[in-house]
Structures are given as structure tokens and as C-alpha cells.
Design a protein around this ligand. Structure first.
Ligand code: HSE
Length: 292
């Protein structure tokens, strides 16, 4: 039996749509695998009732098929589905790392990113490695069509999850089909600034680099209370605020020592808009890890 914990992740970080991602130290999924003749899946934890247990429709089940590694798979969800924190990616990442070990397949972590991305693609219809890459590799990741670059990053964040659901399909449906030259130049400048900030562990630069004139404004409109939550977070010490993945989680990068205040301000601001929310006070963390 092999047990692996894989973290929640936050994709995009504003200016890096479909490219940037970070592993979050909390929350996480825990996946346990045992050899079996056929794959079966059992799910417990946050939002378990919304997760298919048919192996063909579950990211972990598709990963088992890709690795030719039939198993009894038990998934304990810490990452709520449709939260914008890479819920299906966490399960796919943990399953890939666990099954690679269980069946001694010898794949590298980078190869496992591709396997887990296939799992994501088979289930969601879209292959984004921007969540599975940080879930497996940890830290800050930059994903392109055929490559992943990762780096360590030391950054405090708050991920504030409102009790609403935004599907990735809906959140992709509101995106503009074309981007103007001015917006492109602004986005490239911001993305470059963000990478420099990650290299220097500088929350001011990272926050400034999260600015995004294209994707975030379109998606923020799907999240009741977003504008109030953003300004409350900034007033409390956040340097940058954006939609985490496809939403509805709102991600805030925090100056050192402000995380608790930012978390409280975000939950309160959602509450004033009549939306229940919880905040994870977390930081950029490690990728999938074996549990003893
Ligand atoms: N980059 C993706 C998006 C992440 O924002 O739509 C969700 O899979």
C-alpha cells in the first residue's frame, strides 16, 4: 500500500493565464493505493459527493489506466471540487506519484506531470498542466506546451474560498476571444515582474506582477463580492489579489506578518456581501509527498 499527499494549487496568478501555478502548503488531498485486478475508487472528504467514482470519469482512475496500474484507490479530499484550487489535479497528482511507486514504473516527476495532465484532460476535456505541475513538483511553476520550469518560492498567501461554485467551463466561456496590443504589452510586463519577484522572494514585486487586464476582470464578475474582497485584502496588507484558477477562490499575496489580518478581512468582506467563506492562511509549499 502507498499513500501520497498532494497539495492544492493556484493557477494563473493573474498575468500568467494557463502558464503560472503555485503549490499551496494547505489544503491537500491524500490518496492511498493498493494493487488490485481492476481499478476501483472510493472518495471521502470535502465535496466527495460530487466526485465520480467511475474510474473512466475520475482523474485518478484515468491516471491508473495511463500507467497500466490497476488499483484500489482511496481518495480523501481536502481540496473542495470546483474551488479554483486544483481539486482534480491534486487527486491526479497524488495518484500518479503513488501508482508510479506501487508498480515501480520508474517515471520521473516531470514525466508524471504529463501522465497527470492526461488524467485532467480526459475528465475535464481540457489539458492544463498549470495545476498538476505544481501539485507534483511544488513551488512556483511555469508551464508551456512542451516544458515545465519550476523554482522554489517563499511567499505567504491567503486563499479565500466562498461557498459558491464556478465551473471551469463557465469561467472559460467569459474570456474575450481577442486581446489588444496594449493589453498584451501590459500582461507581458506584469508576468516578467512576477517572475522576478518569485526569484527574489519579494511579495511587493509578485503582487505588482499579478496585474491582469484581460482574464481576471472577466472572471471577477462571476464572483459575488469580488471587488469588496479585493480592496479589503489590499487594505489589510495584501500586495496582489486575483482569481485563483477558474475561481471562485480569491488568492491574496501577503506582506510578511499580515496573513492573519488579510484572511480575516477577506472573510468579513464576503460576509458583508451575504456570502459565507473560509480562508486558508497558507504559503507556497512542496509538491506531492509520500505519507508514512
Ligand atoms: N488555467 C486554467 C483556467 C486553470 O484558469 O481556466 C483551471 O483548470
Amino acid at each position: 500500500m502507498v499513500t501520497v499527499r498532494a497539495p492544492a494549487t493556484s493557477a494563473n496568478l493573474g498575468s500568467g493565464f494557463d502558464v503560472f501555478g503555485v503549490a499551496l502548503a494547505r489544503p491537500a488531498d491524500v490518496v492511498r493505493v493498493e494493487r488490485a485486478d481492476e481499478t476501483s475508487i472510493d472518495v471521502t472528504g470535502a465535496g466527495a459527493e460530487f466526485i465520480p467514482t467511475d474510474p473512466a470519469e475520475n482523474t485518478a482512475g484515468v491516471v491508473a489506466r495511463e500507467l497500466d496500474a490497476p488499483a484500489r484507490i482511496q481518495i480523501d479530499k481536502g481540496v473542495r471540487p470546483s474551488s479554483g484550487m486544483g481539486s482534480s489535479a491534486a487527486s491526479a497528482a497524488a495518484a500518479a506519484v503513488a501508482l508510479n511507486e506501487l508498480y515501480d514504473r520508474g517515471l520521473t516527476r516531470e514525466e508524471l506531470v504529463r501522465v497527470a495532465a492526461h488524467g485532467e484532460a480526459a475528465v475535464s476535456g481540457e489539458a492544463h498542466a498549470d495545476n498538476v505541475a505544481p501539485a507534483i513538483l511544488g513551488g512556483f511553476t511555469i508551464v508551456t506546451d512542451d516544458d515545465v520550469t519550476r523554482m522554489d518560492a517563499d511567499l505567504d498567501v491567503v486563499a479565500c474560498l466562498p461557498e459558491t461554485v464556478v465551473s471551469t467551463r463557465e469561467a472559460r466561456g467569459v474570456l474575450p476571444e481577442e486581446v489588444g496590443m496594449d493589453e498584451m504589452v501590459e500582461t507581458v510586463g506584469n508576468a516578467a515582474t512576477l517572475v522576478a519577484g518569485m526569484c527574489r522572494d519579494d511579495p511587493e514585486l509578485v503582487g505588482r506582477g499579478m496585474g491582469d487586464p484581460v482574464v481576471t476582470p472577466a472572471r471577477a464578475a462571476l464572483i459575488d463580492g469580488y471587488d469588496a474582497v479585493e480592496s479589503a485584502a489590499r487594505d489589510a496588507g495584501a500586495t496582489g489579489v486575483t482569481v485563483s484558477g477558474a475561481g471562485p477562490t480569491v488568492l491574496a499575496v501577503c506582506r510578511s506578518g499580515t496573513r492573519q489580518r488579510v484572511a480575516g478581512a477577506m472573510v468579513e468582506a464576503f460576509g458583508e456581501e451575504g456570502v459565507d467563506a473560509r480562508a486558508y492562511q497558507t504559503e507556497v509549499g512542496t509538491g506531492a509527498e509520500f505519507c508514512r
